[in-house]
Design a protein around this ligand. Structure first.
Ligand code: TRP
Length: 338
């Protein structure tokens, strides 16, 4: 169902490898929950991947399909959500050019997400035009279908802010074409890594992937960092600094208060607490594994991506008609200018 009066969601991921539990709590969970209430578009942002991986394009064909499959496996229904490939929707590239005329370099340089990521990649003193401009390109990702809502992890909210500004500024300069899209982040602001680092992240190698096997989940959880002050099983623990406790809060809400108390009292040991976590994650991943197996039939993901891309191009065409008219660059269109 994709009634034109229905509000729209646009969100998505960079295809840089498999998605993990951090993506799940930050954005995937909201996508799945909201997909029937909103007309949903999911972008596989391959062009954005090139903003850091331009020298490694050879991984894209596999990674694009992997990310699409991860989205399908968590429960996005291709009948309600259009999953598409960024580079195959030319209107996104066109919009990026027009938006780049009025977004200033200073706004991008001072964007908190750009600053943090530039630090992570070592780009501070020397970044490409494309990397600095990725929030502009992301504004085009969001606005090409005139989206209203953007479910993202908390670290992406400043980038969504650029989209909001872009929509406002465009409407003010030319004509009202775009809604001002709202960012929406998950209940768990940020998922810590298995090693206790602030963020679960592929480049830090501290992730549980949605595609991990039972064995991998068990090994990773059992060797995760907990409270270093707890040496003996009945030492009183400090759940507030424990990685595994934070996972109980994120994935095992009902039980987490009780587990926290027992940890503090020294009546549940780390091993028992971790074993319970393995069960909880397995309950979450098992249906994901089953859906993954269904969508893994040869050609199925490609067909879904092609159909989604077709729909995105149609919608992009509609938006570009409005944009050209608003910007007075629809030179050969018949219309009345009253
Ligand atoms: N920047 C997002 C990330 O790194 C991925 C992304 C690309 C995106 N285009 C988007 C997210 C549009 C939301 C909307 O995770």
């Amino acid at each position: 169902m994709s009634g034109s009066h229905q509000k729209r969601i646009l969100t998505g991921d960079r295809p840089t490898g498999p998605l993990h539990l951090g993506h799940y709590v930050g954005s995937l969970q909201n996508r799945v929950r909201l997909q029937h209430r909103y007309d949903t578009f999911i972008i596989v942002a391959d062009v954005q991947t090139l903003s850091t991986n331009f020298d490694h394009p050879e991984n894209l064909p596999a990674d694009v399909r992997q990310v699409a499959l991860d989205n399908l496996a968590v429960g996005l229904d291709p009948d309600s959500a259009s999953i598409f490939v960024q580079s195959m929707v030319p209107q996104i590239a066109e919009l990026t050019v027009y938006f780049s005329m009025f977004i200033t370099v200073n706004r991008l340089k001072h964007n908190p997400t750009i600053k943090t990521e530039a630090g992570q990649y070592g780009f501070e003193d020397n970044m490409t035009y494309g990397f600095l401009g990725y929030p502009v390109s992301q504004a085009a990702d969001i606005l090409f279908c005139r989206a209203d809502l953007v479910p993202v992890g908390e670290d992406q909210l400043p980038v969504v802010e650029v989209s909001r500004f872009t929509a406002r500024r465009f409407n003010e300069l030319y004509d009202t074409v775009f809604p001002e899209p709202e960012g929406l982040s998950g209940d768990t602001a940020r998922l810590v890594g298995l090693d206790g680092q602030a963020k679960m992240s592929k480049s830090l190698g501290n992730c549980i992937y949605l595609s991990d096997t039972t064995e991998a989940v068990r090994t990773k959880v059992m060797s995760a960092v907990t409270d270093p002050a707890r040496i003996h099983r009945d030492d009183p623990g400090h759940p507030e600094i424990c990685t595994i406790f934070s996972y109980h809060c994120a994935f095992n809400g009902g039980e987490s208060a009780d587990i926290g108390e027992r940890c503090r009292a020294g009546t549940i040991g780390c091993v028992a607490c971790k074993k319970r976590m393995v069960q909880v994650i397995e309950e979450l991943l098992e249906p994901i594994r089953m859906r993954r197996a269904e969508f893994q039939r040869p050609g199925m993901v490609d067909e879904i991506l092609m159909a989604g891309t077709e729909r995105a191009r149609t919608e992009g065409g509609r938006t570009m008609d409005m944009v050209r008219m608003a910007m007075h660059i629809d030179y050969f269109e018949e219309r009345d200018r009253q």
